[in-house]
Design a binder for this molecule. Sequence first.
Ligand code: ATP
Ligand code: MG
Length: 656
Amino acid sequence: VPDSADAVLEGLDPEQRAVATALHGPVCVLAGAGTGKTRAITHRIAYGVRAGMLQPASVLAVTFTNRAAGEMRGRLRQLGAAGVQARTFHSAALRQLQYFWPKAVGGGMPRIVDRKIQLVADAAAACRIRLDRNELRDAAAEIEWSKVTRTVPADYAAAAAKSGREAPRDPAEIAQIYATYEDLKRERAVIDFEDVLLLTVGILQDRHDIAEQVRSQYQHFVVDEYQDVSPLQQRLLELWLGERDNLCVVGDASQTIYSFTGATPDHLLDFRLRHPGATVVKLVRDYRSTPQVVHLANGLLSQARGRAADHRLELVSQRAPGPEPRYTEYSDEPAEAEGAARRIRDLIASGVPASEIAVLFRTNSQSETYEQALADAGVPYQLRGAERFFDRPEVRKAGAALRAAARFGGNDTLLEDTVDLPSQVRAVLSGEGWTGEPPAGSGAVRERWESLAALVNLAQDFAAAKPDATLGDLVAELDERANAQHAPTVQGVTLASLHSAKGLEWDVVFLVGVAEGMMPITYAKTDEQVEEERRLLYVGVTRAREQLSVSWALSRSPGSRPNRRPSRFLNGLRPGSTAMAGRTGTSGSGGVEPGAAGGRPGELEDGGTVTAPRRTSRTPARCRVCGRTLRDAGDMKLMRCEDCPSDMDEGLYERL
Ligand code: ATP
Ligand code: MG
């Protein structure tokens, strides 16, 4: 614990100190990743408390996740400033709602609905609209979005069209379900998660006495990750403040990655308009990452377009130089995952703690390949913010159907047209409603489809490795994988989606699947959506302290024709690529790409999924190093002869 208030300021640079000591009036910190925004606001609170200028109980610090709130409370305690409220918008609102409900409404607060999907299902049924489970989840997401953007049912269709949302159904149907859902909640006397904020806002708006009571408790407000605040959260913040302006917000418009849930960086970027007297501080010293990582982050943003990009600041690394980022091109996805797992195993063997390593990907459907590769390599891991692949309901259900088909398959007409194993799997899954074509949009329907596509891919790879395998063998393999991946982990490598990596940092970061179709993802269509994908990559890059590895695969599965190319976002940044002057369009990267085995990458595959039938005759695979025809299956996986000396990681581009 620092021995004085001034000691709390040690370890801050002059700009961070300015943030920490400007305890009155509005303060806005606009700064890039790793510049110490979170640190500056934590020290600001601690400094104010230690200097006797802030009462701990009068400060409300708002963070983006409960975990971040917990970390901030812990840090404040270490700085000698216990007792400060650090919460998410939700948990702060919930406490207030519980406390004031008896006075504002009377009686006890309604229960928060625990099976919201059921309520959406009931609403859909009441409207005589049939939705499957995943369409229901997407409808629920649309209702959530409407509520956080303060859109009423009557305005849903227009608002959704305006913000380019792809509703799972006819927008008029969603609006109808939304209205009915609200009625049902009232009838059943339950509220949902968004109501916690909406009702708090309503009470603070209507009841001046209560608003005054809240305002007399909280005098100072601090908000982290302000670029991702929703209109509803912003409204709540304004009501908490009232006429006062003791508010300090920090954010990075270039890290806006939650637009699809209604977040907008406008509040951050317009802060000075709303608060004309605001102290605006810009931080550019990056304390997290090496100059090499920072160089790449700056390069990514230099190609960005749009409002957030207009406000970007060039970061300057404060750290000693480290290794260059590695760019690795693999022949296929399993090879990419194995490559990462191999390197992770070596890093751990060389003394890097597993907890200091992360593998970050764009969609959770990518996790299975990495879960398996790490399990195979004996590396412990934990998955952040998602269910492990084999725990996902659709995967379990599909597994049960495959098991049943393996047992009774002989009598099943589906499995009689003696087809190959992947076709059998597709047939069984199509019995479960799965189609070979990806659904439009990006919601739960798409996620479920991706998980099942990953299962078909797995079957394909399994059949390629074991041409005589039966459906029964595949089911046994799935069981084995599920068991291997369930090994309990202590402090493992982190597997996480880019979205759930926000605000965090690791010594070593593997950004995987950085190929067109994944980054940007196929369903990012408008320029704004593509820009948000670029920001997502920027968030990923800036999670690394020391070592960054960026990789992609030229095809999905071993032996198939290379038909992918590296992400357009890396053009001009990775060795061997050509810059695209000022282009953000959505129609492919152009530029001269290093040739893949078998020629230039052709048309793009659809988001890492199988759409083409398996080809029977293949052009022979050739070693990427010496050019000899490959015969051994293991060599084909590596796309080089076992005895060709160098790993694909090293100096690939020099050789090509
Ligand atoms: P993000 O945008 O990713 O949320 P941030 O701006 O909030 O990043 P922090 O997480 O606060 O950045 O800081 C990044 C890292 O740099 C942390 O490890 C932090 O301890 C360290 N750091 C920040 N400021 C300083 C400083 N003045 N001296 C030394 N280390 C610092
Ligand atoms: Mg932060």
